[in-house]
Design a protein around this ligand. Structure first.
Ligand code: ATP
Length: 264
């Protein structure tokens, strides 16, 4: 008997997504699919709409039209439209920001523990009266957060003020905080920006190791060599429209992409 093979359902399906700011259409009828465990890059010239897309996906902006569908393996699918940012995080999407957003007066460890909050159960009552279940949960959170800091190479700075970290380390801390939420899809907005070559190499190894745990990755990045090395599939935006998609090899040689970057 022939075995029936089931096509892998996309983890994320974006249908005809548009986002207007007054008269500006920042995203125009965008269609995107991301499979579980895939590394996908979103590239395009400055102002193409990449960060706006992340903001729509993570509930910071309400899209003008279109649909965001989330279908985790072995779970029923749901629309992400209309969910608040913390509800989207609970679904398994986590992000970092182009302009780093850490709690700079809190410690490195506390920043990661905050990321863990969406997977813990302590209530305000628990936080005040601290029954043993809450104390135990807090110890587990500290252990998990330390392990994540080790993973991104920041364990020795756990008790440092986050704002005191050098730029590249702050970017890695944002990744640790995002990982603390147990994502199925990690959105990285220009993670290599401002990094020196060594930090860039460490970042690439970190992204590969996160991917090898089965986490899908959506990467916005201007470092094309990094994109070409990492991505399974690339989507190219220009003026909010999808102008090309495909493998790194296909994108590298696509005339529309070359024209968008270099002009006529
Ligand atoms: P970059 O590579 O420079 O970060 P990008 O591809 O991420 O660019 P966006 O920041 O998404 O581009 O911007 C897309 C367009 O939407 C730009 O014209 C920008 O000015 C506009 N835009 C983005 N956010 C807003 C906003 N909150 N209000 C008005 N216009 C906005």
């Amino acid at each position: 008997m022939a075995f029936l093979t089931h096509p892998v359902l996309p983890l994320l399906t974006v249908n005809r997504l548009s986002m207007d700011f007054g008269g500006i259409r920042a995203i125009d009828q965008l269609d995107i699919r991301i499979k579980p465990g895939e590394i996908v890059a979103l590239i395009g010239p400055n102002g193409a709409g990449k960060t706006t897309f992340f903001n729509c996906l993570t509930g910071l902006y309400t899209p003008t039209s279109g649909e965001l569908l989330w279908t985790p393996p072995n779970r029923s699918g749901r629309r992400l439209n209309g969910l608040k940012p913390h509800q989207i995080t609970e679904q398994g999407l986590a992000r970092t920001f182009q302009n780093i957003r850490l709690f700079s007066n809190m410690t490195v460890l506390e920043n990661v523990m905050i990321g863990r909050h969406c997977r813990t159960r302590a209530t305000v009552f628990g936080a005040i009266f601290r029954p043993s279940s809450v104390m135990q949960e807090e110890q587990t959170t500290i252990g998990t957060s330390f392990a994540l800091l080790e993973r991104v190479g920041l364990a020795n700075l756990a008790h440092e003020r986050a704002g005191n970290l050098p730029y590249g380390a702050q970017r890695r801390l944002e990744i640790a905080r995002a990982l603390a939420t147990d994502p199925l899809l990690l959105l990285l907005d220009e993670p290599a920006a401002g990094m020196n070559p060594q930090e860039g190499q460490d970042l690439e190894a970190l992204i590969r190791s996160i991917h090898s745990d089965g986490v899908a990755i959506l990467l916005i990045e201007h470092d094309m060599q990094l994109v070409m090395r990492l991505a399974d599939h690339i989507f190219v935006l220009d003026y909010g429209r999808l102008i090309a998609e495909g493998t790194p090899e296909a994108i590298r040689n696509n005339p529309a992409v070359i024209k968008a970057y270099l002009g006529e």
